[in-house]
Design a binder for this molecule. Structure first.
Ligand code: PSU
Ligand code: MN
Length: 303
């Protein structure tokens, strides 16, 4: 096993016994939501995964250790410290381990650590992608490169239109990443069920997702699989509310000259500020929905 990796007891026991485990990211806790909703949501997500027959493994870097599975106290610590914790992407991993520091895992580092631990599936809210204006800024999330490289199934609610969804899908196509729609032909756009783009394949059941991933692995294909699961209708936002809020957030971001790893957290926080509690509530509900689908799929993978 990797000498920097700590798999917590419950997760290790489940993996050793061939039982279902679902990984969860920690950037959503420290950078994605305010305290205390972030901690409440993280605990509830773990509970939903248990109720659906799997063991949760929230993934983070604490004191230079790569953690697969956090205790309730560790989740509380992460949520309270919030954005003070460094957002950790692939390039940060070695430095944080070398210095014994903390890091909040993005989709990228959660996939990496899940794979090191032997976890096949991971649930989150939204992934990073190709930003609007990337033809000049070259701002393309490392999440896409990780999806191209690391064999983990990622269940999300699509990507927010803070990104260029069309270009994000082009990039995933170039990199050979299958984009599946859970029960839908339409690529969801996080807060809304449709983005105007299509997914590659519609898949209707957790069993079919598990079967697809098994085949993907048996073929020896490199890279991950992206499952996009639309937000439940009752929690979806009105496009006429959310889209102008996103446009406004992007304008402000450009005006302030925000760049690099600060861009995504800034945009997410700004959208939340403009739309008030509504978008936070939608965000929480879609994470719950993704956790449920990931747990059912993890269970099907073990049958
Ligand atoms: N998009 C969201 N919610 C999030 C993120 C993205 O809708 O919480 C977070 C995830 O952790 C994702 C990261 O992996 O932001 C991508 O950051 P960047 O665009 O800097 O690669
Ligand atoms: Mn970026």
């Amino acid at each position: 096993m990797n000498k920097y990796l700590d798999i917590n007891e419950e997760v290790k026991a489940a993996l050793d016994a061939g039982k279902p485990v679902v990984a969860l990211e920690s950037t959503i806790i420290s950078h994605g939501m305010p305290y205390p909703q972030n901690v409440e949501t993280a605990i509830k997500v773990e509970q939903i995964i248990r109720e659906n027959g799997a063991v949760p493994a929230t993934i983070a870097i604490i004191g230079g250790r790569l953690k697969a599975g956090l205790t309730a106290d560790e989740i509380e610590y992460f949520g309270k410290k919030g954005p003070e914790i460094r957002k950790a992407s692939r390039r940060d991993l070695a430095m944080l381990c070398a210095r014994g520091e903390d890091g909040a895992c993005t989709v990228t580092t959660t996939m990496m650590i899940a794979h090191m631990a032997g976890i096949k599936i991971f649930a989150t809210g939204g992934i990073g992608g190709v930003h609007r204006g990337a033809e000049t800024t070259m701002d393309i999330s490392a999440d896409l490169e990780e999806l191209a490289t690391t064999p983990v199934m990622v269940v999300c609610a699509g990507c927010k239109s803070i990104l260029d969804i069309g270009l994000t899908l082009e990039y995933l196509e170039t990199k050979g990443v299958p984009v599946l729609g859970f029960g839908t032909e339409d690529m969801p756009a996080f807060y809304t069920q449709k983005s105007g783009f299509k997914v590659d394949y519609k898949v209707d059941t957790p069993e079919d997702l598990a079967n697809f991933f098994r085949t993907h692995s048996e073929l020896g294909l490199r890279g991950g699989v992206l499952v996009t699961n639309p937000i439940p209708d009752e929690y979806a936002m009105d496009p006429d509310v959310i889209n102008p809020a996103i446009d406004c957030a992007i304008e402000e971001c450009n005006r302030l000259g925000i760049k690099g790893k600060e861009t995504t957290p800034f945009l997410l926080a700004k959208v939340k500020e403009i739309t008030g509690g509504d978008s936070l509530d939608s965000n929480i509900q879609l994470v719950f929905n993704n956790a449920r689908v990931a747990a059912l799929t993890a269970a099907a993978m073990c049958r």
